[in-house]
Write a protein that binds this ligand. Structure first.
Ligand code: ADP
Length: 402
């Protein structure tokens, strides 16, 4: 069995996800384990599964044992050291939410890059500090191991300037108030997969709809992002599990000036209490809402559908018409009912749905002769990170990067 391994880390405020890939003799990556410590600071719990999904470790912790992401990564590191005793850690790849304007590709993290990524914390205060905390801990323990940062924003750096701007005075653009776009690793995966599933579509105009608990849509031309529904933060665009999607900024002024909400109150409202949860008053989970008979649950679903359909129309206009539509992520991959309703609302685009294929889950769910092809492609954001990590490690070995 190969000794060389790559560790992938996705560190958030309340969970640390990690996976380990073995690098075979032919430099093929094979998943060895996937794990996570969730409930950090509340009910810390570790669960690690091997490639057959068999549980290889499971444990609860006291809050003080794992009260922050640093402690989580310390613990995961100890566990991994023991489980992969004779292994050689080649590199660590991290999911990092924000790469700002400078990083349009994954990057090897050195002192200067780390400092630049720290400067971006104000742009993503809920995620970036945790992503960087994980890099810092690994650097302390294994300073010789290369670490690679893969960004959620990078894929969208191909946006034209018009899709990068807000109509605010220029000084704000200069200070970083731009439309960055998110879910980039997911869209990159879709763009990388399209040539295999439909070479004709890969070169065309495609809208990818990443509909999960976070949701966004991306307009792609020949596999490059031209526009997307998320902007400065992952709050904009279509409604999500707990985020409202597009909101008149006047509402925020009203909430601050008339209702007395503080910045912290607004953050909680916009990131955790709105969207499907806020509208339904029941749940942020689409499955729960679909099973509910409560009128507000149905209303929340209708609201979601309305804005997804509206954004598809908007992005189709940006692209000057579309050749394909791709559904991905939890709702997009698993709900034929939601897909059918969205496609019904997009019939004017010339989509002719293969109803049986839709119920089966695709992969192609439009009729052969449909002018717009519709596909269901399961995303695998976390698979992009080991690929990028390996590519950069090889380049480093060859001296192409520092
Ligand atoms: P994230 O990775 O952003 O946490 P996912 O991509 O896993 O989210 O998507 C989670 C969402 O997908 C939840 O709202 C869940 O209800 C929804 N979902 C998963 N399966 C189904 C299904 N069969 N029908 C409807 N919604 C589903």
């Amino acid at each position: 069995m190969s000794r060389r391994i790559i560790l992938i880390v996705n560190a958030g405020s309340s969970s640390l996800k990690f996976s380990v890939f073995r690098l075979g003799d032919t430099d093929i990556l094979q998943l060895a384990v996937r794990g996570q410590i969730d409930g950090i600071g509340t009910r810390p719990h570790l669960c690690v599964k091997d490639v057959t999904s068999a549980v290889v470790a499971e444990r609860d912790f006291a809050i003080i044992e794992i009260s922050n992401v640093q402690q989580a990564i310390w613990f995961a590191g100890d566990w991994l050291n023991e489980y992969f005793q004779d292994a050689q850690l080649l590199a660590v790849g991290h999911r990092v939410v924000h790469g700002g304007t400078d990083y349009s590709h994954p990057v090897l993290v050195d002192e200067a890059v780390f400092a630049a990524l720290e400067q971006l914390i104000p742009l993503a205060p809920l995620h970036q500090p945790h992503n960087l905390a994980a890099i810092r801990v690994v650097r302390e323990v294994q300073p010789q191991v290369p670490q690679i940062a893969c960004f959620d924003t990078a894929f969208h750096r191909t946006h034209p300037q018009i899709a990068d701007l807000y109509a605010l005075p220029w000084k704000y653009y200069a200070s970083g108030v731009r439309r960055y776009g998110f879910h980039g690793l997911s869209y990159e995966y879709i763009a990388a997969t399209l040539p295999k599933v439909s070479p004709a579509l890969a070169g065309g105009r495609v809208i990818a709809a990443h509909l999960g608990s976070g949701a966004s849509l991306c307009a792609m031309q020949a596999g490059k992002s031209l526009d997307s529904t998320m902007g400065f933060s992952p709050l904009d665009g279509v409604p999500m599990g707990t985020r409202p999607g597009a909101l008149d900024p006047g509402v925020l002024l009203y909430l601050i000036n008339e209702c007395g909400l503080s910045g912290a109150d607004l953050e909680k409202l916009l990131y955790r209490e709105s969207g499907l949860l806020g509208l339904s008053g029941i749940s942020n989970d689409m499955r729960v809402l679909m099973e509910s008979r409560e009128p507000r649950a149905q209303l929340a679903i209708e609201y979601f559908l309305h804005y997804v359909i509206k954004q598809i129309g908007a992005l189709a206009a940006v692209l000057g018409g579309i050749d394909g539509l791709v559904f991905t992520a939890g709702i997009g991959e698993h709900s034929p009912v939601i897909r059918a309703r969205i496609l019904q609302g997009c019939a004017w685009l010339g989509i002719s749905v293969d109803a049986e294929a839709n119920v089966r889950g695709g992969p192609r769910i439009s009729m052969e002769d449909s002018p717009v092809a519709v596909w269901v492609i399961p995303t695998d954001e976390e698979w992009m990170i080991p690929r990028h990590t390996l590519a950069l490690v090889f380049k480093k070995e060859k001296g192409y990067v520092n």
